[in-house]
Ligand binder design. Structure first.
Ligand code: TC6
Length: 711
């Protein structure tokens, strides 16, 4: 709702009230319409100020309402009516003015903001465009070039940035005094102004269109944003608004908008974690960490040190190999400085001290082990840590899939052991899997989750199983990609299909980037390959493709060696080019194994890679290794490049239709009975049997099924 009060004198104050961010719900819109009317009717009122309760102007349209029928006064005419009134109206912005909130402010005649306020039009990130007049008013105020950048990226800035663009009349530490009466409003109505455009406007629009298409890979909203701004540049306001409305309607009805809005909420749902034990975010206290240590300064360890230091935590960085230590003590401070500069940090970075002595971690509150991915080495480190650290120190491992419980078992306080699985580069990537073992205490999980949040990560609590959630699902995906090569596809064909779907990189390009030896080593440890293992296509009772092992055996480890599934300009090269060697190699491999290459349709490539991955997601939910589909989807969006406009693998399954996913998995499993990952999961079957409820209902369904032992 919105409240009305008269300040001493002649100013009416309208306050938006809808905690926590004063989103423009139907009740708030109705409140604004009513209170503006009241101010207009009151002869003693000469000017109006709109502000938001609790130091937040407005977080935009109420995203929760998008799923239902439109109720209450619509936003566009409401804002238009405010702009048209003949008493001056000012928006007094504290906290945030985002999306519809900023569009409301653009309909006011004056905008003043607190210097710390954050403003922007992030609709594009929700699959929409600023469809409450924002796409037409903003460029008229700040010019087409700046508006294109803001609207197509959804970037948010503080008020000093917007002051420099003349969006704000005043930007100060205090917004208590607003004096706006007595001036002509003609030039303050943005809809009446021309849109300032650069001389090469067509070329600007064309270049921006090319850029957003490249950047957004199949996402509709950025393209629609450019189209709306083209209209602002070339059409009168009323026609521009018609274009804005048509584009918005198309976006609203697209699956992409639903997927992006789901992704917005899933990012928040995962913060409200819960464990099968009943411990959860609201009943478990976290410790605040100010001193931490990182053991092992390879690529991951260095990134973790920087991520911790960026939050103001003092870090002891330990590496026992002198050469590696010397290199890290040069590289890490430079990384920190660069990243701190890029983020214009408010908190000064924490102090980093380098050491080759594990003993030096004795004073810290939390340790993150990031040594080589080898269980015996990690066990040795944990045994050592538990003897040198103060009692009560949290011991975390950055393992990407090893058993947390085995690590916990060699310590004096298994309850204080959790996994903190970062993604490379650890100071940049948003995802953190917080892995709880059967003995991890709620306090340890809460602390790791909160620490992740402080580092700006999306932290997701996951259970302790091989590969945890992300890598466990990646396995069947990679496996299918290899099988497709055996059957006749090329790495480029598979990658193109996945990139067309929206992944920034197909599976083979991604493997070349990460290094093919990582998986090779894991397969060797699992006894799947290596000396003494017979070179057959069935291993440990299931179909196995030795293709990636053979590529590694040929010395092709990916980008770092300049050759992998593709060829590069040299070791460390970035541009992947197809390699004739790979085609010859694949032909020889097929001939050796009596395989006849067939032409494989893009649909089959997509289905087999994605549905195998999704199927494993259902198994993970069934095994209670993730609390809900949102957790899996957040992991894939923030850690594995899953296109956000497809919501995440589990959301995508719902959009495709669970019945269809089941039917296709059955079909592919029938054709490949020796591939257990294609066997539809029990949970998927159960969901289809009860009529394929929407993804938001799965959590409840799974819990009920578990109670009745159906899973
Ligand atoms: C019609 C076409 C034109 C207009 C389109 C638009 O305006 S589109 C909109 C354009 N606007 C945007 O895209 C802005 C989206 N919002 C944000 O970016 C951030 O929430 C923030 C920066 C406003 C506050 O960050 P923070 O870290 O302080 O807090 P937090 O993020 O944890 O959120 C707290 C709670 O508020 C909830 N909630 C938040 N916003 C909305 C909303 N608009 N609606 C509903 N709910 C919303 C959020 O779900 C959470 O709920 P929970 O989990 O407690 O039940």
């Amino acid at each position: 709702m919105a409240t009305y009060s008269r300040l001493p004198g002649s100013v009416a104050l309208i306050t938006l009230q809808n905690p926590p961010v004063n989103a423009l719900s139907a009740a708030v819109r109705q409140g604004i319409v009513d209170t503006v009317q009241r101010a207009l009717k009151d002869p003693k009122v000469t000017s109006v100020v709109i502000c938001g309760q609790n130091g937040k102007f407005c977080g935009g349209a109420d995203i929760r309402e998008f799923a239902g029928p439109m109720l209450g006064p619509p936003l566009v005419p409401m804002i238009h009516a405010i702009e048209a009134v003949d008493k001056p109206v000012a928006a007094a912005i504290e906290g945030v003015a985002l999306g519809g909130g900023l569009e409301l402010a653009l309909g006011c005649h004056y905008r003043i903001a607190h210097s710390k306020a954050l403003l922007g039009l992030p609709e594009v990130t929700l699959g929409l465009l600023p469809g409450a007049g924002g796409s037409q008013r903003l460029p008229r105020l700040i010019g087409l070039t700046a508006a294109l950048d803001l609207i197509t990226t959804g970037r948010q800035h503080d008020s000093s940035f917007f002051s420099s663009l003349h969006l704000l009349c005043v930007c100060s530490q205090s917004i208590s005094s607003v004096c706006v009466s007595g001036q002509s409003l003609d030039s303050r109505r943005l809809s009446t102004l021309p849109c300032p455009c650069p001389p090469d406007v067509d070329s600007l629009l064309d270049k921006t269109m090319v850029k957003v298409r490249q950047r957004s890979r199949g996402a509709l909203a950025p393209v629609a944003c450019v189209q709306a701004l083209m209209a602002a540049a070339s059409l009168p306001y009323t026609q521009g608004m018609e274009k804005e409305r048509d584009l918005l309607t198309t976006l609203f009805n697209s699956g992409q908008a639903r997927a992006l809005q789901y992704a917005f909420f899933s990012q928040r749902v995962v913060g409200k974690w819960s464990l099968p034990s009943g411990a959860s975010w609201d009943n478990s206290a976290a410790r605040t960490i100010s001193k931490a240590a990182v053991i092992g300064l390879g690529t991951m360890g260095r990134g973790i040190v920087v991520a911790l230091a960026l939050t103001g935590i003092s870090v002891v960085a330990v590496e026992t190999q002198e050469k590696q230590l010397a290199e890290a003590s040069q590289v890490v401070p430079a990384m920190l400085q660069r990243e701190a500069g890029r983020r214009s940090l408010a908190t000064p970075p924490g102090v980093i001290s380098f050491s080759s002595n594990l003993q030096d971690v004795c004073e810290v509150e939390l340790v993150i082990e990031a040594v080589f991915e080898d269980m015996s080495l990690k066990l040795q480190v944990f045994r050592h840590l538990t003897s040198v650290c103060r009692p009560g120190t949290l011991l975390c491992s950055n393992t990407s899939g090893l058993d947390i419980d085995r690590l916990a078992a060699v310590t004096q306080s298994p309850g204080l052991v959790v996994g903190m699985h970062f993604f490379a580069p650890a100071h940049v990537m948003k995802l953190l899997e917080v892995v709880y073992g059967p003995r991890s205490s709620p306090e340890a999980v809460a602390t790791a989750m909160q620490l992740g949040k402080r580092m700006g990560k999306v932290s997701v609590a996951v259970g302790n199983c091989p590969g945890f959630v992300g890598n466990r699902m990646l396995k069947p995906y990679l496996e299918q990609a290899n099988f497709l090569l055996e059957e006749g596809a090329t790495p480029q064909q598979v990658d193109e299909v996945l990139e067309e779907f929206g992944f920034p990189m197909g599976v083979f390009r991604m493997s070349d980037l990460s290094g093919l030896d990582v998986g090779w080593r894991i397969r060797k440890e699992a006894g799947l390959t290596g000396p003494g293992v017979e070179s057959t296509r069935t291993r440990q009772g299931r179909r196995y493709s030795p293709l990636p092992d053979q590529v590694c055996e040929a010395g092709r480890l990916g980008q770092k060696t300049g050759r992998g599934w593709y060829q590069y300009d040299g070791p460390g090269g970035r541009v992947a080019r197809s390699d004739h060697w790979v085609n010859i190699f694949l032909e020889a491999y097929r001939a050796e194994h009596g395989l006849v290459a067939r032409s494989i349709a893009p649909e089959e490539i997509l289905e087999r890679c994605l549905y195998a991955l999704i199927n494993e997601g259902f198994n993970i939910l069934q095994d209670a290794m993730a609390a809900g589909p949102e957790d899996i989807d957040a992991i894939y969006v923030f850690g594995y490049g899953w296109p956000r406009h497809h919501g995440g693998p589990m959301f995508h399954a719902g959009q495709v239709g669970l019945g269809r996913i089941l039917e296709r998995l059955q079909h592919h499993h029938h054709n490949h009975p020796d591939v257990p990952h294609l066997k539809p999961s029990t949970l998927l079957r159960r969901l289809v049997a009860v009529g394929s409820p929407p993804v938001q209902k799965w959590r409840e369904f799974i819990n009920k099924e578990r109670v009745h032992s159906q899973l």
